[in-house]
Design a protein around this ligand. Sequence first.
Ligand code: KG4
Ligand code: ZN
Length: 347
Amino acid sequence: MIDERIDREHSCILAIETSCDETSVAVVRDGYEVLSSVIASQIETHKAFGGVVPEVASRKHVESITMIIEQAVEEAGIEMKDISAVAVTQGPGLVGALLVGVMAAKSLAFALGKPLIGTHHIAGHIYANRFVGDIQYPSMALVVSGGHTELVLMKEEGSFELIGRTRDDAVGEAYDKVARALGFPYPGGPHVDRMALEAPESIELPRVWLEPDSYDFSFSGLKSAVLNVVNQSKMRGEDVRIEAIARGFQESVVEVLVEKAVRAVKEYGAKQLLLCGGVAANRGLRSALTERCRAEGIQLMIPPFQYCTDNGAMIAAAAHLKWKQGSFTPLDMKADPQLPLEDWATF
Ligand code: KG4
Ligand code: ZN
């Protein structure tokens, strides 16, 4: 659906994100100025189960979505009529959780008579870097989240080409599973990060490079190696060296991510490297990538911590690309748990 009558540069987008366990709504002006960002995390609820329970997530989204929308509008200091479009994560994600956001967005867009913009969750993570500065093309994104580990080449604004992806576990998933084996609650990524940085020593663990020219990743072997070390210590009646294991695991993950990302930037002549996704909050990864990019003369962008994990503001930033094109989503749009990034492209 193309609308030719809009002001392409200026927008005030209200965006809803409910793809997993955060109910989040934000109001963002012109794709980069965050007027409000409300994030209601369900972590405390899911902790008791050791991971996200999809049915519980959907119910929690239903309970809070209306309130969060109202709060985001109020904190932005605007009125509903000032909103130029309603954006929502269409996929990928948990289908029941996505549906709650999609229904809320459709109802709001319909009631206000404003366009709807179905948005890709990973495009959102990538464009969270708009809160840091302008993106220059070609750009390379290293997407590291709970469900995704990808290298994405963007030849121009809104075009996405997957040049590498994980063949098994996503990096955040590996962090959470390792954290669980080490006795940390869900989500364990931040605990492993903290332990790794405090550890005085490290256990050597394998690096999985795959074929020499591959940009794909694999983390399940590394995760199994960690579980082996933990089980062997327990069987021998020894203390599990939690800190050293956390550090060894993080060193392996970070080395592989940094090497492949830097190689991809060079091979494709990217002007920038954009780090994004929940694991972009990892301090070990942020500092190793910062140091390496400085040494290599690569311009690195990393979103502020609050825009690394799931949030509505990043969805508004990506939706602004569609706004600029006047490309809107029909109200009969369906949530798509497997939505491919390349298909969402604006070019
Ligand atoms: O992007 P995100 O909020 O949700 C998905 O789209 O998946 O990412 C959540 C993931 C979880 O696996 C969490 O453990 C991980 O990001 N994470 C971290 C850190 N902070 C969050 N992993 C490692 N170190 C961190 N500091
Ligand atoms: Zn995410």
